[in-house]
Design a protein around this ligand. Sequence first.
Ligand SMILES: [Fe+2]
Length: 242
Amino acid sequence: MGPTSPSSTRAQDSDRGVDPPYYFEDYVGTRLRSPREPLIVIPQTLSEQTGPVFGDRRLGELDHDLTRQHAGEPLGERIIVSGRVLGSDGKPLREQLVEIWQANAAGRYAHTVDNHDAPLDPNFSGGGRCLTGDDGEYGFVTIKPGAYPWPNHPNAWRPNHIHFSVFGRAFTERLVTQMYFPGDPLFEFDPIFNSVRDERARERLISRFDLGLTKPDWALGYRFDIVVGGRDSTPFEEPHDD
Ligand SMILES: [Fe+2]
C-alpha cells in the first residue's frame, strides 16, 4: 500500500507517536509480548508480493451488514459506519478488503475466551467485511458495540470500539486499527487508546457523527476514514485480541 514497506512506515510513525509502540507500560499485555531483541527484516520474495491478497471466495451479499446475518435482528442501537480508505497521497485505495470485528451491544464478543458476564446475542456474530469501491469508499451496517471490562488494571474498561483490518497489495501488508466513537468518557482511562501518544493521531481514531450519513427513522451514521501512511496516517497496531 504505497511505496514504503509497512515495517519502515511503522517505525517512522511510532517515532512520531502515531503508531503505538510495541511496549507501553500501562498496557499490561505489551509487557509480555513486545520484542526484547531488535527486529529482523525478512526480505519479501515474489510469492509474498504477488500471492493472493485474500481468499478467492466471493464476498457474501450480507457480509457488510452485521444486522442481517442471522434469522432475527440483533439487539442494540443500529448504526451505519462508512468512510474511505486513502493512501498517503490522499488518493483512494480501491478494491481493498476491509474487515471489522466487534463486541455486541452488551459488550460481549461471540468468542470462546470472552467470559464477560454480559449476554450473548444469538442474532449477532460481530464480524463483517466488504471491498472498497473506486472512490475508496466502504460501508457497514452494524450495532453500536458496548463497553466491556478487561483485566489490564483494577476497574479497567475498554471504550466502545470497532476493530478494523485493511489489506494492501499483498497479505504481508495487512494493517489493523480500532475505531472509537465521539465523546466517550473512557478515553482518558484506556491505555490502548493512549498508547497512541500524539493527540491529533488519537483523534484520527475517533469516528465522526455524520447527519448526512444518518438515515431518517433507521440508523445513525458515523464516518471513519482510514489513511495508510503519510502525515495524516491512521495509527495502526499489531493484531491482538483486546
Ligand atoms: Fe475489542
